[in-house]
Design a protein around this ligand. Structure first.
Ligand code: FES
Ligand SMILES: [Fe+2]
Length: 349
């Protein structure tokens, strides 16, 4: 499968890389260690000591440096070996590969491509754990499945009508009413009215009443999902002739769901997710209730996607067909293929 390399991937949570404990993770099958110096600066290296390839994520942060805890080689923040215990001379060229790393929205983002092209403007424009207006719950879930299948699941929420009937109490509207799908600079946007629906996260104080719900989400390259929705009195969708509610972007969002899908290895991936409720709209109580519901929802997604992967693994020459519900999937995957092709062309030149 094709993945974009010139992109920021979520590699962990801010609170995971605190001294003296580095964080080890794989992204696009590359072992990476992220660590924070005493001054609070982040660094990301390949997670492989130059000496005998021990993982540096089992090492120790020492002030502004990182020590491999196998035989003690010491690295500076630039990835250069600056001390070999018991040896006076250290060759200048002893270094590990470094990756650009940025902390934003409570996440650690690693740039997997050409470091000279790392542009912080390409971090998806979302909002996250660090937004003081929201109370956030968070979690992560690992899948035995290719990241692209987890992304496809989020790009086609028609499955909510069938896979999540018990957990999300959803009607078949998600599947039967086609959403509006559009492309933008960073990915795709999918939005729809759900007439006469319960709110999908089902924790609104008016959850038992039917409402017209407007649900909108963006899916940003390389795999970041940001969704918000709001409930309106029945009949609003028709009164607006199916157009988005005019107040959608004016008022602060009552709720948002954020998810980042990270390809760990070829066949494993991680979802890092945040459920956020605005302080003026339920705050902590709503957040806890939402988290309880989404844990059930995500368990259903995981079971289905992993079962799908197992079938695919034993289906030589497999292929998908696209239905009308796959418009977002097709548009997004085409965008990723185009970006990846542009990358390989610019690398070849
Ligand atoms: S493997 Fe790192 S010091 Fe030996
Ligand atoms: Fe789902």
């Amino acid at each position: 499968m094709v993945y974009v390399r010139n992109a920021w991937y979520v590699a962990g949570w801010s609170q995971e890389s605190l001294p003296p404990r580095p964080l080890g993770i794989r992204v696009l099958n590359e072992p990476i260690v992220i660590w924070r110096s005493e001054n609070g600066d982040l660094a990301a290296f390949e997670d492989r000591c130059v000496h005998r390839l021990a993982p540096l994520s089992l090492g120790r942060c020492e002030g502004e440096k990182l020590r491999c805890m196998y035989h003690g080689l010491l690295y500076d923040r630039g990835g250069r070996v600056v001390e070999i215990p018991g040896q006076g001379h250290v060759a200048n060229n002893l270094r590990v590969r470094t990756y650009p790393v940025v902390e934003r929205y409570g996440w650690l983002w690693v740039w997997m491509g050409d470091a000279a092209a790392a542009d912080e403007g390409l971090i998806p424009p979302v909002t996250g754990m660090d937004d003081p207006e929201y109370i956030c719950g968070h979690g992560q879930l690992d899948y035995y499945a290719e990241a692209r299948f987890v992304s496809d699941n989020l790009l086609d929420l028609s499955h909510v009508s069938f896979l999540h009937t018990k957990s999300a109490y959803s009607s078949e509207t998600w599947a039967r009413e086609p959403p509006k799908v559009s492309e933008h600079r960073h990915g795709v946007r999918i939005e729809r009215w759900l007439r006469g629906e319960r709110r999908h996260h089902s924790v609104d104080t008016n959850a038992d009443k039917l409402a017209d719900v407007y649900a909108r989400y963006d899916f940003f390259v390389p795999g970041v999902f940001l969704m918000t929705d709001d409930a309106y009195p029945p009949g609003t969708a028709d009164a607006l002739d199916g157009q988005p509610p005019p107040d959608l972007d004016r008022a602060p969002k009552k709720f948002f769901a954020l998810q980042a899908i990270t390809p760990l290895t070829e066949k494993t991936s991680r979802s890092s997710y945040i459920m956020a409720a605005h302080r003026d709209h339920g705050g902590a109580a709503q957040c806890d209730a939402t988290m309880a519901v989404v844990r059930k929802i995500f368990a259903e997604d995981k079971a289905m996607i992993e079962a799908q992967q197992r079938i695919i693994d034993t289906s030589p020459g497999w292929r998908f067909i696209a239905t009308s519900a796959d418009r977002g999937v097709v548009l997004y995957n085409r965008l990723v293929e185009t970006l990846a092709r542009e990358e390989s062309t610019s690398t070849a030149n």
